[in-house]
Design a protein around this ligand. Sequence first.
Ligand SMILES: *Cc1c(COP(=O)(O)O)cnc(C)c1O
Length: 439
Amino acid sequence: MPDRTRSEALFERACAVIPGGVNSPVRSFRSVGGHPYFVTHGEGAYVWDADGNRLLDFVQSYGASILGHAHPSVVRAVAEAAGRGTTFGAPTEGEVLLAEAICARVEGCQQVRLVSSGTEATMSAIRVARGYTGRSRIVKFAGCYHGHSDGLLAGGGSGVATLGLPDSAGVPAGAVAETVVAPYNLIPELDDQVACVIVEAVAANMGLVPPDAGFLEGLRSACDAVGALLIFDEVITGFRLSEGGASAWSGVRPDLWCFGKVIGGGLPVGAFGGRSDVLAVLAPGGPVYQAGTLSGNPLATAAGLTVLETLDTASYAALSGRVAGFAGQLQSLLTAALGKAEQVDGAGRPVEARVPVVGPLFGLFFVPAGSGQVRDYDGAEASATTGLYSRFFRAMLDRGVALAPGPYEVAFPSMAHGDAELADTLDVASEAIVDALAH
Ligand SMILES: *Cc1c(COP(=O)(O)O)cnc(C)c1O
């Protein structure tokens, strides 16, 4: 067992002054057991904890980092920007450059407004959709996470699902009264009260659940039929699956996009965008209010722009190719170990592993033998309740590989995860699964 003395001491101090010891519940180890490691620094694919242990990091700030930690170009861009002043409350060229870079890469996205988090992006996009259509109702999907604004905290994935809070205390019933939650991968019936349908085009907050063939196309036509707007929450998939994100990947064009994570290069940024005629409802030109003191912050735009300019079609293809091969091997070795240990689920059925991959993202589910890929939140939940993810997670962490501390998260290999890192991960996984099944 690695030494964790300093992390433990920091966590104890944190718990005294920070609720639960963490500033975002997904960072707590509640769902996997134990306490979080505290990070001192990172480089490329690795982070070091407060006790000096090196961890091969598949968390990568839940997808905010795609080049790997402390990429020299990003560090330089941020340092240079900081030297010029960190925030002004007046427009800067960096905002124009980042907006241009986003619109140039995402076909059909004509304008974007920058905000400081994914939560703000989705919250504001919904407000735009309601303002544009003059309707109140919104449709979201069970297991899709769209940040923590009141109206979207229903049937969430990620931390919400892990904590078993499908709705959060403190959210008045009225705030979600106009939010309809539908099962993922089923096209809901819409009517002319619906302002918008918001969806993770590839769901990545209930593990990794790709859309079935025809699902996104079906949403597009269902929205068109009733005059509702289609919103792709691409906070994870944007500039992650490919340069054009999930809309390029799927060929389906939404009316509004939400971005975050990758576009900030590790600093706080979000963006929402779409057709100019839709965004014309925003203040100052239109009646929909939206604002932010630090929106389009110079450090964040410098970091984000550097990331987008560093990536190209070839880098995405190379990473996706590496991960696809790796995921297949991981699935086979886990399934073989589960079979050898004669592992069964609560209903006595033999268990197999599923390692879904979309672009460079991969997930991990434990499912009854013979079942197909997980397609919705019920499937993800059934996998999580086997408890196998938590045991595997701890066995991996003890051996220096950091997966996300929860069964509803996905893994975020970065551009710095090369063949050597992925091969090491497979070696560690073959030991860790045996250990996990023995306990
Ligand atoms: C992370 C995430 C959000 C929220 O972004 P924050 O920056 O954490 O507020 C919204 N939607 C999706 C799909 C996400 O993964």
